[in-house]
Unconditional design. Structure first.
Lengths: 114, 113
């Protein structure tokens, strides 16, 4: 069964460093998403991406965040200058279409900023 | 501000029993409501998606209901299994241009043998 994959599973970085989280969505999906979940808290929407551009972003997704689909398969989230409060689990998801279509989540990347 | 409130916060039941989880929301205008199951340390897995016109939707032993007038939803789990132990998350999305979903904090369900 097709699945969303994410790498790395765990990333440790120092405050101020740049990190890139990688995702491979399901191959025929058109919509891509990033979410984060701080330990013990609820999942929060970051951004949605369609047709090579951002379609929605939340207040969390400020100038230090960026997303890219560098080739036909990968979808990346870059955090330019990490802060301690960026420590969280980051989930990538994809869907065949938007709005009412089922989203498939990856296993997540645990980001630890020290 | 859009909010999604879930109750109870946690629930412990015996294997084989039924249970019902609640979700109240203030999201408006409403587009759809989703229930997810999230195992510890894993990504959420979709259980049901309901739009405004749908009152009930089933997925195996999971049945979700939606009352768009009172802005309430429930997730009923029948004949619980040990593998049902997880967090169940209610997510409500807006319509009318802004997709941004609002997540609830989830109900932590523990099924004991």
């Amino acid at each position: 069964e097709p699945e969303v994959t994410q790498t790395p599973s765990h990333q440790v970085t120092q405050m101020g460093q740049e990190v890139i989280l990688r995702c491979v969505p399901i191959s025929n999906h058109l919509y891509f998403y990033w979410y984060r979940q701080i330990l013990g808290q609820k999942v929060e929407f970051l951004v949605s991406f369609y047709n090579n551009e951002i379609s929605e972003k939340s207040e969390i997704f400020d100038d230090q965040f960026s997303v890219e689909r560098p080739d036909g398969s990968n979808f990346t989230l870059k955090i330019r200058s990490t802060k301690l409060e960026d420590s969280a689990m980051y989930f990538c998801a994809s869907s065949a279409s938007g709005l009412t279509y089922e989203q498939y989540f990856g296993p997540g990347t645990r980001l630890t900023v020290t | 501000k859009n909010q999604v409130e879930q109750s109870p916060q946690s629930l412990i039941i015996l294997e084989g029993k039924n249970c019902t989880l609640q979700c109240n929301y203030t999201v408006s205008p409403f587009s759809n409501l989703r229930w997810y199951k999230q195992d510890t340390g894993r990504g959420p897995v979709s259980l049901t998606i309901m739009t405004f016109s749908e009152n009930t939707k089933s997925n195996g032993r999971y049945t979700a209901t939606l009352d768009a007038d009172t802005k309430q939803s429930s997730l009923h789990i029948t004949a619980s299994q040990l593998s049902d132990s997880a967090s169940y998350i209610c997510v409500v999305s807006e319509s009318g241009g802004s997709y941004i979903p609002t997540f609830g904090r989830g109900t932590s369900l523990i099924v004991h043998p």
